[in-house]
Design a protein. Structure first.
Length: 122
């Protein structure tokens, strides 16, 4: 399946063709006077231009937001990753002696329990 890409040129060409078809249909099917039809066509074209300008502005906003996200991806994520690795290394460094001491205490308690069982004959 081919990947579809958004083309501004194709989009605007589609809007133009759609507008022309709409205008042609309106003129041929309109039960109005020439002036009313011209006014209606002018309004439709004006509305279409407004819509295209609105879509263009939204596309520009999306483009700007995408650029900001890309910049954040390139700066924030690597920094976050580095700091997380540093924090993890510090935690590991500090926790190893504690874990060793805890393991020693568990072993000592286990040995004392075994000795207590022997002493009471269990």
């Amino acid at each position: 399946m081919g990947k579809s890409t958004f083309s501004k040129r194709k989009f605007f060409k589609g809007v133009l063709v759609g507008s022309l078809l709409g205008v042609t249909s309106a003129i041929s099917l309109a039960p109005r006077s020439g002036k009313e039809t011209r006014d209606m066509v002018t309004k439709e074209i004006s509305d279409d231009i407004d819509l295209v300008m609105h879509i263009k502005q939204k596309a520009q906003n999306i483009s700007e937001q995408t650029a900001l996200l890309k910049e954040m991806k390139e700066t924030t994520i690597p920094e976050f990753s580095r700091e997380t690795k540093k924090s993890l290394a510090r935690f590991e460094f500090k926790s190893k002696p504690r874990m060793t001491a805890i393991q020693e205490q568990v072993t000592k308690i286990d040995n004392e329990l075994k000795q207590a069982k022997k002493d009471i004959g269990i």
